[in-house]
Write a protein that binds this ligand. Structure first.
Ligand code: HEM
Length: 353
């Protein structure tokens, strides 16, 4: 044991002598965060799910075959022939849904605490792209099993892009690789899912993490009208914060395994372009949009989501109110609550209809 320890330390010294790692570790870990910060570990949990997706995704890709002839059978093979294949697949499916859910919860936490305000404008805007890529992961991954649900959810999902004026036709052709969903669509979605999106997510994540690491976490109790306290109460990032975060990850791992074991990911009949199922619907996180488009006039349906996304992206630049306490930003809190209620109501409506 002693020899092993000294070997580890000798290796560390060897690396440190060449790359000044001690300085880097010091800069990374010796950060302090306000004791009053309330992140609820939601961003960290989203990161945890991304790591789970990366590991399970690599395991799945060993057996998955991205062609219409082989995709469905390769999923059956993973489920019934590969040891624990059903569990790896179920963890990947549940992990995808939970990653989207926690990314949204993290966004809501940041919004309702006003943690997007100066100096965190760019952290928020980069976060917006992280959400977009996370949704993109869900959208492209859904098609890969090539069963009826996957196929028809992609048909209706890509029709949304086709409704955009002027570029709609090109957008749908770019997405599908033609007018229909074919082998070309599957290979495009597969390429986006395993190459483009991971690269984009890792890039945005590196920026996001560097930014909040440099600025520390926002303090939701700050009041710009009152003088700042002479000495802020701070908590060490390492080990206190990191330890709490790891406990949250453990709990999430347990939740994930329980969900994946009790409710394993299913598979419908193989995709059939000639047989439209009765209720073709997109994934749950696009249902509100799908329902919204069914209810409003075409022009509103086409412009509304674009305007909504632009407002979300540039929110910190529109909202110039410096206060973060809810009592001093009633308007923003009210808009947030109304939007949440509308999105949940449209999602339930879309689900039931
Ligand atoms: C893959 C998705 C994302 C990951 C992995 C992620 C990760 C994180 C982590 C680990 C933190 C530290 C605090 C915490 O745990 O809550 C954080 C902070 C932050 N995130 Fe994210 N995030 C993601 C998406 C987003 C989105 C969608 C937004 C908003 C549009 C956003 C905006 C912010 C802001 C403004 C902060 C600083 C908050 C503060 O100082 O209290 N993030 N993010």
């Amino acid at each position: 044991m002693e020899t092993q320890k000294s070997l580890i330390w000798r290796t560390w010294d060897w690396l440190d002598g060449r790359y000044r790692l001690a300085e880097l570790m010091e800069a990374m870990l010796h950060v302090e965060i306000p004791r009053t910060a309330r992140p609820y570990y939601l961003g960290g949990i989203t990161l945890f799910f991304f790591m789970v997706q990366t590991i399970t995704g690599i395991l799945l890709v060993i057996y998955y075959q991205p062609t219409p002839d082989a995709a469905y059978d390769s999923i059956l093979y993973i489920m019934y022939e590969v040891n624990f294949g059903w569990l790896i697949r179920s963890v990947h499916v549940w992990g995808a849904n939970l990653m989207v859910l926690f990314c949204i919860l993290h966004l809501l936490r940041v919004y309702f605490q006003g943690a997007y305000k100066a100096p965190r404008e760019i952290t928020w805007s980069v976060g917006f792209f992280l959400l977009a890529v996370t949704l993109g992961f869900g959208f492209t991954g859904y098609l890969l099993p090539w069963d009826q649900r996957a196929y028809w959810a992609t048909v209706v999902g890509s029709e949304v892009a086709g409704a955009v004026p002027v570029i709609g036709e090109q957008a749908i052709a770019f997405m599908r690789g033609g007018t229909e969903i074919t082998a070309r669509t599957l290979s495009r979605f597969f390429g986006a899912h395993v190459l483009v999106m991971p690269a984009a997510l890792v890039t945005f994540l590196a920026i996001h993490i560097t930014l909040f690491h440099q600025q520390g976490l926002a303090d939701p109790t700050v009041d710009p009208d009152k003088p700042a306290p002479a000495k802020k109460k701070l908590l060490p990032f390492f080990p206190n914060y990191v330890l709490d975060e790891v406990i949250a990850w453990y709990i999430m791992l347990a939740v994930l395994i329980i969900l994946a074991s009790l409710f394993p990911a299913g598979l419908e009949e193989p995709a059939d372009a000639l047989h439209t199922p009765e209720h073709a619907k997109p994934e749950w996180f696009f249902l509100f949009l799908y329902q919204f488009l069914k209810l409003v006039p075409r022009i509103v349906g086409v412009l509304g989501p674009g305007v909504g996304a632009a407002i979300l992206l540039l929110l910190p630049f529109f909202d110039r109110n410096p206060h973060v306490r809810p009592s001093k930003r009633i308007f923003a809190i009210a808009i947030g609550i109304i939007t949440c209620i509308a999105v949940v109501a449209l999602t339930i409506w879309g689900w039931l209809s």
